[in-house]
Unconditional design. Structure first.
Length: 630
């Protein structure tokens, strides 16, 4: 393939992508429903377009309902500091061109603002201004096209053939979960474009432009600063060569520009919303009822009497014995240090091969590129610098957000790994571009073909794909148990068996034999009851994985199966397993030692795998907790 043909093919694909996005009516196709954080970014963008501000008002709510045809479920808002009833007004400013020059004026009145970065709304607003709601997806097509061209041109610069460059580009960004995010009205694709452009500028020896672009990307998501490692480390190499002091100052200069741009944007956020940190302060998420709404009985919904606290004022998990002073009503419980250590070692591997967020399943060409670089070579400076950014990001994510290193319960695959994709063109060995691209694309299609074929359904039901092969053969990321994407469906998540709560007001403890069940696949229909026994029903001929979360460590568990006909139920745990051969209506039991469980928020999680050969069977489990010394 000639260079001209490769460029023409890529250009045609980008144009086709933009046309397809422009013709797609997302509100109608989705049944007029939002997912993830889309409602916040949708309302923010239209607030910029229509009102030229980032302030939330009742008219914003009415606009969303009128244009999108649905409530903005999952809306993130924050109240300006010191604007609570009875407190003095704080110093805050807002864009008010109607009040004349200098157009930014101090406002001392109660205000509510959107609690997300304005980077994505600002970048998307011109498209929305011209094309309405269709502009969101056309903007994503433009952002992805930028990333595609940066990857292709970088591979060509590094010496890959035109065909190899095109194939590797499409494998890295196309045969991965990335195209699903074209339908998301959130910053994922914008971040990919900003980081790809920043790295492209760095590789073309435009360090200050690169630093500015990285600054914008860091304002959109502060963790993107880690991807800038090549920009900061490059002047320091080689470490022991002459002129290290001069090269160190150059590295500092780049960092100052990047941080300066980022802080400047955070300062603008303070100007327009009253606080620099858009995720801190009095921050809530809203479902069902929204500030400014009027509900039955004439009651007015306010920020104070609705919503759930979602403040992010600290970095990393809160740990027992260290962070008691940081715990508030808006934070989660403190974590046992031993649990944090166990999560680290589990996440270290699951980041690459986990079922819901592992890179191999969702970005196979990226993983193959890393393996080809590390095992086969050739290895060069730029590739090493790119890997440094990837490794630093990997370790940072699993250390600082061990419960959510892949992007939250509503995500498809690891959406945070999307931000690392722009590093991979610098890792692909040029002579091995096709050798990386072809198997990477094939593996990607094996895992993701149904997901890419139906990206909207995959976005609305983000865990559905992981309930089928080959995903079910990968380990579930237990460290993120409550936030795994399968559990956005309530019947699958944390279903109690027995008294799991007790009554703290009356001094009644929970039953130590009680537990929760999680159903990550479709081998069962969730919690079921037969008579006075609670359990679940295994489908005929099904394989099912059950996650059992016990309140106390378990010494033994007794599994009982009852079938309507002849059936053989096999159960396996980390400690071993057993077979239960049943006849019609006759219960059969087996007592198992479950083995080592996984500590999760002062409970213990066990993985049970069932196979049912024969008729549908009802299964119940009784636990015998370990006896703790008094």
């Amino acid at each position: 393939m000639s260079d001209r043909t490769a460029r023409g093919t890529l250009a045609a694909l980008c144009v086709a992508l933009a046309v397809a996005c422009g013709l797609y009516d997302l509100p109608a196709a989705s049944g007029r429903q939002f997912w993830s954080d889309a409602s916040t970014y949708y309302a923010m963008t239209w607030s910029l377009v229509a009102d030229q501000d980032l302030r939330y008002e009742a008219r914003d709510l009415l606009r969303v309902r009128r244009q999108f045809g649905a409530d903005p479920q999952g809306l993130f808002l924050k109240r300006v500091p010191d604007q609570r009833p009875g407190r003095a007004p704080g110093l805050a400013w807002r864009w008010a061109p109607d009040l004349g020059f200098p157009w930014i004026h101090r406002i001392d009145e109660p205000r509510i603002h959107y609690a997300k970065s304005f980077a994505h709304p600002l970048a998307t607003a011109p498209f929305v201004m011209l094309m309405g709601d269709r502009g969101f997806l056309v903007a994503n097509a433009a952002f992805l096209s930028i990333a595609l061209w940066c990857a292709f041109l970088e591979l060509r610069r590094r010496g890959a053939s035109p065909g190899g460059s095109l194939a590797a580009t499409l494998a890295l960004l196309g045969c991965s979960v990335a195209p699903v995010y074209l339908l998301w009205m959130t910053p994922e694709i914008l971040n990919v474009a900003l980081l790809a452009a920043a790295l492209f500028a760095w590789s073309r020896d435009r360090p200050l432009l690169s630093a500015v672009l990285f600054g914008f990307a860091c304002f959109s998501k502060p963790y993107n600063a880690l991807v800038a490692a090549p920009l900061g480390f490059a002047p320091l190499l080689p470490l022991f060569a002459a002129g290290f002091a001069r090269r160190f100052l150059e590295s500092v200069r780049r960092g100052v520009v990047m941080i300066g741009v980022m802080l400047g944007l955070f300062a603008l956020n303070a100007v327009f919303t009253g606080e620099m940190n858009y995720q801190g302060g009095e921050r809530k998420t809203f479902y069902g009822q929204f500030p400014g709404d009027v509900v039955a009985g004439g009651k007015t919904v306010t920020f104070g009497n609705s919503g759930q606290w979602m403040t992010t004022d600290h970095l990393g998990p809160l740990v027992e014995g260290r962070d008691e002073d940081k715990q508030t009503k808006g934070t989660g419980p403190l974590r046992d240090p031993a649990e944090i250590r166990a999560s680290f070692w589990m996440n270290l591997g699951h980041f690459w091969y986990g079922r819901f967020g592992g890179a191999f399943a969702y970005y196979p060409a990226a993983v193959l590129a890393l393996l080809a670089y590390l095992l086969l070579g050739p290895r060069d400076r730029d590739g090493g610098l790119a890997i440094s950014g990837l490794v630093i990001s990997w370790i940072f994510y699993i250390v600082q957000i061990p419960d959510n290193w892949y992007g939250g319960g509503g995500t498809v695959g690891n959406r945070y790994f999307l931000n690392l994709l722009p590093l991979l063109p610098y890792v692909v060995p040029p002579a091995r571009a096709l050798a990386v691209a072809v198997p990477g694309a094939l593996i990607g299609l094996v895992f993701l073909a149904p997901t890419l074929w139906a990206p909207l359904q995959s976005s609305i039901r983000p865990g559905h794909h992981a309930a089928r092969a080959p995903f079910v053969y990968l380990p579930a990321e237990l460290a993120m148990l409550n936030d795994l994407s399968a559990f956005v469906e309530p019947w699958r998540k944390k279903r109690p068996v027995g008294d799991t709560e007790g009554d703290p007001h009356k001094g009644w403890p929970a039953d130590p034999k009680a537990y929760y069940l999680y159903f990550p696949d479709d081998g069962t229909r969730g919690l079921a009851t037969e008579g006075e026994v609670t359990g679940f029903r295994l489908e005929a001929g099904a394989r099912a994985e059950i996650l059992l979360r016990a309140l106390e460590p378990v010494r033994t568990m007794t599994v009982t199966a009852t079938a309507g006909g002849a059936s053989r139920v096999t159960v396996r745990t980390a400690g071993g397993g057993g077979d239960l051969v049943t006849t019609a209506g006759a219960p059969v039991s087996a007592t198992l030692a479950p083995g080592q469980g996984f500590g999760y928020y002062a409970t213990t999680v066990y993985v049970l795998t069932f196979r049912n050969e024969g008729a549908s069977a009802f299964v119940s489990i009784v636990l015998t907790p370990e006896q703790r010394p008094r």
